[in-house]
Structure formats: C-alpha cells, structure tokens
Design a binder for this molecule. Structure first.
Ligand SMILES: NC(=O)c1ccc[n+]([C@@H]2O[C@H](COP(=O)([O-])OP(=O)(O)OC[C@H]3O[C@@H](n4cnc5c(N)ncnc54)[C@H](OP(=O)(O)O)[C@@H]3O)[C@@H](O)[C@H]2O)c1
Length: 231
C-alpha cells in the first residue's frame, strides 16, 4: 500500500523541499500550513513541475495527521508543541518525524533542556518519534548529491521498525541514512546542526553544506552503510 506522508508547515523552506522530494518517491502527500495561500501556490508549482506527484491540501494539522502513516511537523521549534497538541489524538502508533532544531538567535545555544525530539515524545507518548532531517538543509534535500557523495542524514529513535521506515524514506529522497541510536541521541544531533550553521556562517558558506562521515575505501559497500536496516 502507498505510504501517506503528512507535512505540516509545507509552505516553509524545509517543508516545501521535503514535499518535492518525498512526492517524487511515489508516496502520497497531505500538506498543511498556516499560510494557506502560499501553500496553494507551492502545490501549484510542484504539480506543474512534477505532475506525477500525488498531493493534496488538508484543512488542519489534525486532518493531515489523521490521513497519514508518517507525520512531519516542519514548523519552527517554538511552534512544535502547538502542532503536537493538534495531532495528538490521531497519531497513535504512527511515526512522527522530529526535524526541529531548538535554536535562538544569535546562534549561540540549543535552548531545549533535553532535545526537541524528546519534548515531542513527551507530548505524543503513543506515537513513534524518530529524529531525522534536522542535520541537512532544505537546499541539501533538494540537491542531495555533493560532488558524487550523498549527504549523510542521521536517524535516531527508540522503535527499530519506525527507524527502518524513516531510513527508507531518507534513502528514497536521495540522502544517506545513518542510524545513530535512541531518541536521546537527538541532543547530539541538534547540537551538530548548531555547529554546522555556525561554521557555515563564519566561513560565509552557502546552505549547501552538510555532514559526511568518511570511511576508507577498503570497506565494503555494506560496511560503509553504517546500519543493518534493510533499505
Ligand atoms: N530550513 C532548513 O534548512 C532546515 C533544516 C533542518 C531542519 N529545519 C527545521 O525545520 C523546521 C522548519 O524550518 P523552516 O526553515 O522550514 O521554517 P519556515 O521557512 O519558517 O517554515 C515554517 C512554516 O511552518 C508554518 N507554521 C508555523 N506554525 C505552524 C502551525 N502551527 N501549523 C502549520 N504551519 C505552521 C510557517 O508559517 P508562518 O511563516 O506563518 O509562521 C511556515 O510556513 C524548524 O524546526 C527547523 O529547525 C530546517
């Protein structure tokens, strides 16, 4: 059966990039954003460039979550609790992907006492929370190939099947999934994004930067994959 992915915040930078790339994998999309008009424009552009994509707009975050197998709240950290409360009763045993990076301007600290992902898990105790996509930029997602290498995309979660499902999604959008541990590893992943953004800012790099763990070429393709997940 075709997987349905809900993206909440689908008119934003990350949400619209994910909509394009996930839509191109053949998965069905249900999109929602507070900016209704901008979302309709995004969808119009997306479907005119990729008429094969199956996508529709939902009337609320809850409706989007109700329709989906996987929910991605692609909203700023300070809005994730509002979205979590809106979808709470429709995401039991569903995968909710935490993409949020809890930073405040200027980029000098992670402001969550734990991690954005663990905060989400506390409000959605019956959902399967998986951290992913937070260490890659929207630009990386749109162009996952970097000089012949796929950017790494770190995936963390406590449920092995949910982690495997998200790894397949990450792989299908063109990034290299790297399983890094349980959900608490999100604390490290969120800090890694802060580090990357600060270095990129200081060096005046574009947002086309990302992580890549280098493995000596002597390793087999299987060893280079970092995980046993069946993609
Ligand atoms: N941008 C990236 O490259 C990137 C990379 C990795 C992770 N992330 C994470 O992804 C999340 C989104 O970042 P972004 O840069 O894409 O932000 P963005 O461009 O500001 O997009 C967020 C979108 O979500 C909408 N929104 C806000 N609250 C909402 C709600 N309650 N319900 C529905 N839609 C809502 C916003 O509308 P309004 O503008 O009207 O508020 C906006 O259209 C953040 O947590 C960020 O840390 C971003």
């Amino acid at each position: 059966m075709t997987e349905t992915v809900a993206i909440i915040g689908a008119a934003g930078r990350l949400g619209s990039a994910l909509a394009q790339r996930i839509g191109m994998t053949g998965r069905r999309l249900v999109l929602y954003d507070l900016r209704t008009e901008r979302l309709r424009e995004c969808l119009h552009t997306l479907l005119s460039e990729h008429p094969e994509i199956c996508a529709e707009v939902a009337d609320s975050a809850r409706d989007a979550g109700w329709e989906a197998d996987i929910v991605i709240p692609a909203v700023p950290y300070d809005m994730q609790m509002e979205v979590a409360c809106a979808i709470r009763d429709v995401v039991t045993r569903k995968i909710v992907v935490s993409v949020a990076n809890p930073f405040a301007e200027p980029l000098d600290a992670v402001v969550s006492p734990t991690s954005a992902a663990e905060e989400l898990a506390r409000v959605l105790p019956h959902a399967l929370i998986v951290k992913a996509f937070n260490t890659v930029s929207a630009a990386d997602i749109l162009q996952p190939d970097a000089n012949g290498n796929r950017f790494d995309c770190f995936v963390a979660g406590n449920d092995d099947d949910a982690v495997a499902t998200v790894c397949r999604l990450v792989n299908d959008v063109g990034l290299n999934p790297v399983v890094v541990g349980g959900l608490a590893t999100s604390r490290i992943l969120e800090g890694m994004t802060l580090l990357l953004m600060r270095v990129a800012q200081r060096c005046r790099w574009s947002d086309r930067v990302g992580w890549k763990i280098l493995v000596p070429p002597a390793h087999t393709a299987q060893e280079r994959r970092f995980q046993d997940v069946q993609l």
